[in-house]
Design a protein around this ligand. Structure first.
Ligand code: NAD
Ligand code: MG
Length: 324
């Protein structure tokens, strides 16, 4: 097991990364609990695949499962209300702990619920997608969406612990795995050329979920995110680095329409290639680096500019970008 610390003074916490950690959740969670009651918020897919393992691991505690439908729609006032109501009905109080057990949707929704339930109660993340293990569970951003856009209502609210079991990724659909891998590649491009070189040599093993490769990729990604978040928790400056490729990516996502035709990570993969090509055109990066990025995406079977031809209408994309 690898442990990465997010250094935020009294709000510091550890990310535990490794194989088969879910079955040991009791051992990891117990030291952080103020009371023995734990609410687990999850979605139907994760519950069906991994709910029993987590429930068994927490059998010594008093657990309350809140199972929501899967999908981005849950990051809404209706989704938030459903979670909060369930907590009220079960009589949870501020010393009890709320666990987000799922991908980024469950993490963002549950984190925001934890931040507002009785003005804030204990919160722990057990991320189950690659994207949530390397990105959304780390750094404390929580949010829901509304008609004006994504993630516009939320809070910075740090968990007490992140438990990232790489074994649960085995049940993840391949498209979702690759969407998460785009964010891993991003960390390699944020000034860590050693990591990029390692990915270029070992990307296939990461995507094949070879235990050592996936653990190294998750841990290195978390270390980079933790460092950037520690420097700029509330995104006044350097945290914006984490948006590499995202301005292009968000425009592609908006144009594709958020119905699952283009996942966020798929848009980020294409967006990073666009960002490098654009930088080279402006004379801000070397053509050699554009080629490095493109070749890596090609060889790992990641989405590229050439796969997005139907979305590449400059005026339309610029329109979306001006709203970002
Ligand atoms: P998701 O939570 O929708 O999960 C993707 C799909 O995989 C869902 O259908 C889910 O049920 C399923 N799933 C989850 N774990 C599984 C497993 N182990 N096996 C099989 N299926 C599994 O999507 P995501 O990509 O994890 O997260 C996307 C969300 O994260 C977006 O809402 C985005 O805004 C948010 N996000 C937040 C941050 C942040 O800093 N807070 C950063 C990046 C993204
Ligand atoms: Mg992203």
């Amino acid at each position: 097991m690898t442990s990465v610390t997010v250094n935020l003074g009294e709000r510091s916490y550890d990310i535990a990364i490794g194989e088969d950690l879910l079955g040991r959740a009791g051992e990891f969670l117990t030291p952080h609990l103020k009371a023995s009651r734990v609410a687990i918020v999850t979605d139907e897919n994760v519950h069906a695949l991994h709910g029993a393992t987590l429930a068994a691991a927490l059998s010594k505690l008093e657990t309350h499962m809140i199972v929501r439908p899967a999908g981005e729609d849950q990051k809404s006032f209706a989704g938030l209300e459903a979670v909060l109501e369930s907590l009220f009905r079960a009589g949870f109080d501020r010393n009890d702990t709320i666990v987000a057990f799922g991908g980024g949707v469950i993490g963002d929704l549950t984190g925001f619920a934890a931040s507002v339930y009785k003005r804030g109660c204990q919160f722990i993340q057990i991320p189950t997608t690659l994207l949530s293990q390397v990105d959304s569970s780390v750094g404390g951003k929580t949010a829901i969406n509304n008609q004006f856009g994504k993630n516009l209502i939320g809070a910075f609210y740090q968990p007490k612990l992140v438990l990232a079991d790489t074994t649960v990724l085995k049940t993840l659909p391949e498209r979702e795995l690759k969407a998460g891998y785009a964010e891993v590649v991003k960390y390699g491009l944020l000034g860590d050329s050693d990591f990029f070189g390692w990915l270029d040599a070992n990307g296939a093993d990461v995507l094949a979920l070879k235990p050592e490769a996936i653990a190294h990729a998750v841990a290195t990604s978390c270390k980079t995110k933790a460092r950037i978040v520690a420097e700029d928790e509330l995104e006044h400056g350097s945290r914006a680095l984490l948006n590499l490729g995202h301005t292009f990516g968000h425009a592609l996502e908006a144009e594709a329409g958020y119905q699952g035709d283009l996942l966020h990570g798929e848009a980020v993969s294409i967006g990073m290639e666009m960002a490098f090509a654009f930088s080279a055109q402006l004379g801000l990066c070397r053509q050699k680096d554009v080629t490095l990025v493109s070749n890596h995406l090609e060889k790992t079977g990641m989405p590229q500019i050439k796969d997005a031809a139907s979305l590449l209408r400059p005026e339309v994309l610029l329109g979306h970008m001006s709203q970002d």
